[in-house]
Design a protein around this ligand. Sequence first.
Ligand code: ZN
Ligand code: ZN
Length: 265
Amino acid sequence: MAKETFTLTVLGARGSVPACGKEFTGFGGSTSCYMVQAGEQTVFLDAGSGLVSAPADFSVPPVILLSHLHLDHILGLGMYPRLSQKGKRTDIYVPAVPGEDPQALLNGVYEPPYWPLTLRNYAGDVNICALKDSMEAGALKIDAIDGYHPGGSKVFRLQFDGRTLVYATDQEPDEDGFAKLAAFAKDADLLLFDGQYAEAEYESRKGFGHSTAQKGMALMERCGAKKLLLIHHDPHSTDETLTAREAALGRADVRWAREGETIVL
Ligand SMILES: [Zn+2]
Ligand SMILES: [Zn+2]
């Protein structure tokens, strides 16, 4: 029997803040947002500025999973057209903070004076709820664990129709964390990992909560992932820089994410 559609489309792979200018058009300047299509179900991984140009009409209401609430991961929510379409439902999952209401957490930014109105006041049916460590969306199985980032960043494992995708953005694991991530990402068909810095840059940025391509490749080897897609590009890394890094590796199974591309699992 033919396998069901399971794809990942990169809507934004830039880290920290958007990058504008002709030197960024190849890899794109929009911040973290990835659209996963699993049969009829659509899941967005993070809601950075890449969400602004995402499709808005679906036969099944889409789910948005937020890894954490840093601005670059929620920047697109306020201008995502679906949230303004009357009656259209969108489920937004916010990582739980004990004792905090997930809606209040997100509205900590999406409310005056930071933004003109709260997400609850949009015309669409915007359903903000607490992320669980084990969930389902349609036939897609979603697991989440705590990652390694200042303030935290959830790592997601998505399984659908015999295939597995792991999303590990904003990560700087120590040795124990590395082992935990490797176990969680075991045998993934596609591993997305934070490769924000070059090794030489990393030395002066320890503790910022981001990693390198080399760490991503070490994780890939340890967990047995088939493909590695490096994400969360530094806003100073131009197309020339990233193309050169990719060429230096010379591996077909290790690439830097390009805004607009779709990967079939
Ligand atoms: Zn980030
Ligand atoms: Zn972050």
